[in-house]
Design a protein around this ligand. Sequence first.
Ligand code: ATP
Ligand code: MG
Length: 620
Amino acid sequence: AAEQSDGPLAGLDPDQLRAAGAPAGPLLIVAGPGTGKTRTLTRRIAHLCARGVPPERVLAITFTRRAAEEMAERLADLVGDAARAMAVTTFHSWGLRLLREFPQRFGLTPDFAVASEQRRLEVVGTLTGDARGARAVLGELSRLRRSGCVPTGTAAVTPGEDGAGTPPEVGAPSGEPDPELVELATRYLGVLRSHDLVDLDDLVALPTELLESDADLRSLVRARHPWVSVDEYQDVDEVQYRLLRALVPPEGNLTAIGDPDQAIYSFRGADVRFFLRFQEDFPGANTVSLTRNYRSNRHIVAGALQAIAPTTLVPGRALLPSAALPATRIGLHQAGDERAEASFVARTIDALLGGSSFHSLDSGRASGEGDEGLGFSDIAVLYRTDAQASAVVEALTVAGVPFQKRSHDRLRERPGVAELVAELRYVPPAPPGGGGPVTVLDRLRRAADRLAARVPVGERAERLVLLDTAVDLLRGLAARCGADLDRFRDELALGVEVDTLDPRADRVALLTLHAAKGLEFPVVFLVGCEDGLLPHRLPGTPPGEQDPAALAEERRLFFVGMTRAQRHLYLSSAANRFRHGASRPGVPSPFLSALDGGVYQRIGQAGPKASRPARQLRLL
Ligand code: ATP
Ligand code: MG
């Protein structure tokens, strides 16, 4: 142990040490939020490299590009330049690289492309004769395919010698797939292939099917990356799980890390039963759990555990809060409507930061009164649906609080970008770092001008922020891709949940609960804690008729949101909210009633208009 407390394993607690220093072979780390899972994983990889594992043999899979970049950075801090040789990537990016390497084996030409959303909508619209319903159908097709019900059609599946080709029997929990939908999926794929196109689901499905059937390719990828890890394992879907099984033999070095209570993608086909499957498919796997939460103050940890308790998938699990953080209670606030809620956020931010940013309303408060050393980038505003962002954007804009909004849409679908991508086809292979991005900038600015006159101020600000970050992103991307135009195009197409958050910018982060997974912030506002919004329900569904599984997933989402907070957590709701075209009365979320009185404090109007707001906040 003494030897292990130096180097890559320094500063880990005993459980983390056991996990990071576990022997070769399958390893499952199951632990709650903020227990250092991601940290332990990066340390394990660094430790392995220190023990002689060549960095180029390491494959670390994450779900989002941001998570991959963050992990790559942490690894670079730990092992230096060697980190560059590691494949730290998303499932999709990894798949795309394999397709580019062996296009013919997948029945593609070397010029294949990733279909744009627009193109996919057109294909489905044509096949169904209903352009308006196309988006919903695409969603259904995707769900069907992620649960492994539709073969992509390159290969007949034959089990490998170690069972790698045998699909596990855990998929399709909802029974037989709709045959009409399966047929539509087959025709849709046929059209894509006839145009040498793949979609995002193909990027995982095609490699999975081929690896299951092609023993040569399987040996090749296994030899290339004998050390595989996957973070946020609770969110793997059927196809991704099969891919992992094809990539790693049963006794192989697969480290899976996750928290069943943070599973928030079952609507996309993720299934926490893959935790159980892991033990069966990788027999002899070491299992380690971590119990100490290093992220959040004790009221936040206690509140989060109370919130998840009714449907926890890990009953009786220990989660010990960090003693190092001051025990500030969770702030509960009910506003009149969504605009008042948003200005509560803006005022509280101002108070926390000592008032220096709130020029317009600052009534002579001494600066430096705020919380110890907080900056804008320490703050996040989380919401269930993207539509909730505009009220917040407007309030922050008015208050002069700098912010950045994480966008869910693909960079490539942004105004101006799609045209650019189309144009790139005709651009001779020149470094995209040269004239390319400048053209993009011009186009985006022109598009912004056309938008700009008729939309409300909040939305306008939001769009401009989006466009600005899009331009920066394109610049960054172009620089990373150098002269490789194909890669530039691929990366653009891949930005599924393209990350428009720059972790280095001193701005408040606005993001959906789904996008917040894995992240942490000293201050978190979780807005819209109302029945119907969180838990989210489609309009017209009475509360009692919500599917219990869907309700449980909403609760996990609430749990994920709460556990992003380190020092201050605010949960707010509005008594009236503009939703679906009308102002409707809002009822506070039933999730709030799970909280014990000891962990929260109700707060009224915070900010300069109340008496001594900063002090009042600190008393919480
Ligand atoms: P999530 O479930 O949200 O993904 P996680 O389990 O991956 O959380 P990390 O993000 O790895 O947790 O760690 C949470 C925070 O705790 C980070 O700021 C990390 O640096 C810190 N941390 C983890 N382990 C330790 C430790 N042994 N000593 C000090 N800080 C730690
Ligand atoms: Mg993590």
